[in-house]
Design a binder for this molecule. Structure first.
Ligand code: SAH
Length: 346
């Protein structure tokens, strides 16, 4: 029988399980602290637990731990791209970025993805599987151990569609923000979605104060459908209504992500349509110059087009940022490192 994944249990679950097994009440706190604060990878490290109890735990539970398969460090800005190996042979990517306001980690929520966005490398081979809460946490834990520096911001913007792995995502957020663990502030967590409408409504009801980022990438359904298959399921009107409710329920302003692709969605008419579309919404636009992947012939917009797009939106009173390319020298587009690794292995 498969052992229970102890790192995916919330504090309450762990405590009540142990108590149900006749253990003292404080054992739950001790173990939780080892796992989520001291970031232990084995029961043998848990030196304040009696040896027979550690043996018992080994029989009942497994500790999920990711192995670093590769790390690339940018000479320009210190950005680190990690490739982690999972127990079943899958690999996933995570990125560590250093900013003035703290260290940020971008994590994957799935191995692969089934959303099929045209410009994205993570989805080319489809979905392998969902990541468990512990596998999401471990990306942050291993990076914090590797860098020796505290992580203060987490963005769920790596491979995968987080709202397609909803239950594990919610559990992951609870564990990550628990004061008995790393205690990362909910305000410092961003979840990015391609726009799965029912799950946006669900997320709005969780009582979190995390930021939701919506991948917009087009100012109308027609263009959006050519880039994102999900647009055939949920139209922009529906998605933006869900975003409005998200803001209403959580008070959190949204981020609208817009990847600029030359000749596809980057002309001034599109900027105008975008401004009309999000007028009255609470949020800002994050422009991402598309990162070309070799499997597709999408090209980055030139600097002038990006600047014109940005300044038009700004002129309309919309807050805009252009994503700074971090780790330009080590950067493939999202999911490319993983993909090339899997191909080499094959
Ligand atoms: N599934 C989530 C997370 C995806 S990655 C989502 O769809 O939001 C985070 C962002 O990067 C998304 O906005 C995604 O559309 C964008 N992205 C993916 N590949 C890209 C590429 N090659 N160039 C620019 N942006 C890309």
């Amino acid at each position: 029988m498969e052992k229970c994944d102890i790192k995916s249990l919330t504090f309450q679950e762990l405590s009540s399980e142990l108590e149900g097994q006749g253990q003292k009440a404080f054992r739950g706190s001790q173990i939780y602290q080892w796992l989520h604060q001291k970031l232990a990878d084995s029961f043998d490290e848990m030196s304040n637990l009696p040896r027979p109890f550690r043996e018992f735990l080994k029989q009942e539970y497994s500790i999920t731990s990711l192995k670093k398969a590769d790390v690339r460090i940018s000479r320009i800005d210190g950005t680190r791209k990690y490739l982690f190996a999972l127990k079943d042979g899958n690999v996933i990517e995570s990125v560590w970025m250093k900013y003035k306001h703290g260290n940020s980690v971008c994590i994957s929520s799935q191995a692969g993805c089934r959303m099929g966005c045209r410009f994205c490398a993570s989805t080319l081979d489809g979905l392998e599987r969902n990541l468990t809460p512990s596998e999401m946490l471990e990306q942050i834990y291993q990076i914090q151990k590797d860098t020796g520096e505290r992580v203060s911001n987490v963005v769920v913007m790596g491979s995968g569609e987080p709202l397609d792995n909803y239950d594990n995502l919610i559990r992951f957020i609870r564990l990550l923000t628990d004061e008995r663990g790393l205690h990362i502030s909910q305000r410092n967590i961003t979840v990015s979605t391609c726009g799965i409408v029912p799950e946006i409504y669900r997320l709005a009801e969780e009582g979190f104060s995390i930021t939701l980022a919506l991948s917009l990438h087009a100012p109308n359904d027609e263009v959006r459908k050519t880039l994102m298959p999900i647009a055939n399921r949920y139209g922009l009107k529906e998605v933006l209504e869900a975003c409005r409710i998200y803001f209403e329920k959580t008070g959190r302003r949204l981020t609208f992500e817009y990847s600029l692709v030359r000749g596809v969605n980057d002309n001034l008419d599109e900027a105008k349509a975008l401004a009309r579309l999000i007028k009255g919404h609470h949020g800002h636009v994050n422009l991402i110059p598309v990162n070309p992947i070799k499997e597709r012939d999408y090209v980055q917009s030139d600097k002038k087009a990006i600047e014109a797009f940005r300044s038009y939106l700004e002129g309309q009173g919309i807050a805009v940022t252009v994503r700074r390319e971090m780790g330009r020298d080590i950067n493939g587009a999202c999911g490319q490192l993983r993909k090339s690794f899997m191909e080499e292995k094959r």
